[in-house]
Design a protein around this ligand. Structure first.
Ligand code: UD1
Length: 420
């Protein structure tokens, strides 16, 4: 398993280009199932999760061509079969459960393994299933499988107890060709959901209310193939913003949708970071001493849980006390014990973490326990005295394209050790 080795203390400079959003591309790949045509995705991030989902579709007999250099994925689902997908792939990541909605829509039945995913707490699928049932799907769960069948799908009014991103997406995809109208209330408002909706509309779907908590889907008879370029990754952008802040550097980040990063820029501004947008680029200048802040993760447009770990690394190095409250996942502080090994002062009390800023962090051997935890350790490594060696970086590769190359281009002393 590969490792990342970082020698801390370098200032960052220059520019970095942000890739397309993993969390937008994954549901879009799943949505390709809905048309029996060819779909093209441009500017797709060449990530482990993307390859795993494509393999899962291939196990359903989809024909997929990936041009890694151009970031282009062509998905032809004309020969798709309602067979059981490779369970190993499904258990590898939670997002693979997003094929359930489209498969039910296309075939009226589907059997799939219960999903796996990042180790950040129990991640039930009850809200996905509640939505499917409301559309008239019969669901059976047992022996590690979910089995769905429906003679016809009928539009319904569905209220989500919590604005789940995955459930909103899965229900949108299941209902897009249902008879009549489906209304999802208390829907998630994340930009990636809006992007999925735009992709579905470009295939011929009729979805309105995207980006709000009430999404209306008017069923259509069929969908056609489409060509689409997904949005930029706001979490990758946020990670580089924090890289600038933690190293007190000035960098330019290209590939930013200003509205999408507001929850992050608002917090960084409160801390004293200077930021200026110019078109789709952000210049971030963090030369000043920063102030501690309190953070509470919330569904969009609140502060994203996917930026909580990276923010914790930054707060560890800012004089004073900061409190982080994680409201989305119940077990998402595993990075704190790794940061403590580097000298951070963090006390966990249930869903809150009290962070006392320290003068310095020290490099040591640490382990990426999940995707964003791994990113947080890279950030801490950038200022840790001496060498930080991060293991289990396959987690990081799930969500960041060529992360060490991007940091190296910005002047960081980082290298990947390839282990046999
Ligand atoms: C998506 C993102 C992930 C992000 C998360 C929250 C993708 C591929 N992943 O994950 O990066 O961290 O949103 O912003 O887009 N829940 C239930 N029942 C359900 C579904 C969810 O109780 O049926 C709970 C989960 O356990 C969790 C919370 O709702 O506590 C949020 O989960 P959800 O919004 O569904 O996240 P994901 O779609 O899995």
């Amino acid at each position: 398993m590969d490792k990342l080795v970082i020698r801390g203390g370098c200032k960052l400079r220059g520019e970095v280009d942000i890739d397309a959003a993993k969390n937008a591309v994954l549901p879009i790949i799943a949505a390709c199932i809905l048309s029996g045509d060819k779909c093209e995705i441009w500017n797709a991030p060449m990530l482990r999760d993307v390859f795993v989902l494509c393999e899962a579709l291939k196990s359903l007999c989809a024909d997929i061509d990936i041009d890694v250099e151009k970031g282009k994925i062509i998905i032809d689902t004309s020969g798709l079969m309602n067979v059981e997908p490779d369970g190993e792939l499904i258990r590898k990541m939670r997002a693979s459960f997003l094929i359930m909605g489209p498969m039910i829509s296309r075939f009226g039945k589907f059997k799939v393994s219960l999903p796996g995913g990042c180790n950040i707490g129990t991640r039930p699928i009850d809200l996905h299933l509640k939505g499917f049932r409301a559309l008239g799907v019969d669901i059976k769960i047992g022996h590690g499988y979910v089995e769905a069948s429906a003679s016809r799908l009928i539009g319904a009014r569905i209220y989500l107890d919590f604005p789940s991103v995955g459930a909103t997406e899965n229900i949108m995809m299941a209902s897009v060709m249902a008879e009549g109208e489906t209304i999802i209330e208390n829907a998630a408002e994340e930009p990636e959901i809006e992007d999925l909706g735009k992709f579905l509309n470009s295939m011929g779907a009729k979805i309105t209310g995207l980006g709000t908590d009430t999404i209306k889907i008017t069923g259509v008879k069929e969908l056609r193939g489409a060509s689409y370029k997904p949005i930029f990754d706001r979490i990758e952008a946020g990670t580089f913003m924090i890289a600038a802040a933690i190293t007190k550097s000035t960098i330019k980040i290209n590939g930013i949708i200003e509205d999408h990063i507001k929850p992050i820029t608002a917090k960084l501004a409160e801390m004293g970071v200077d930021m200026e947008m110019s078109g789709e680029s952000l210049i971030i200048d963090a030369a000043r001493d920063l102030k501690p802040v309190d953070i509470k993760t919330m569904p969009y447009p609140g502060f994203p849980t996917d930026m909580q770990a990276q923010m914790m690394s930054l707060l560890c190095c800012i004089k004073g006390t900061s409190v982080i409250t994680e409201t989305i996942f119940e077990n998402r502080f595993m990075h704190s014990s790794e940061l403590k090994r580097m000298g951070a002062s963090i006390k966990i009390d249930g869903r809150s973490a009290v962070v006392e800023g320290v003068d310095r962090l020290t490099g040591c051997e640490v382990k990426a326990t999940d995707l964003r935890a791994g990113a947080a350790l890279i950030l801490a490594g950038l200022i840790g005295e001496g060498c930080t060696e991060i293991s289990d970086i396959y987690h990081i590769d799930r969500g960041y394209v060529g992360i060490e190359k991007k940091f190296k281009n910005l002047g960081a002393n980082i290298k990947r050790i390839i282990m046999d």
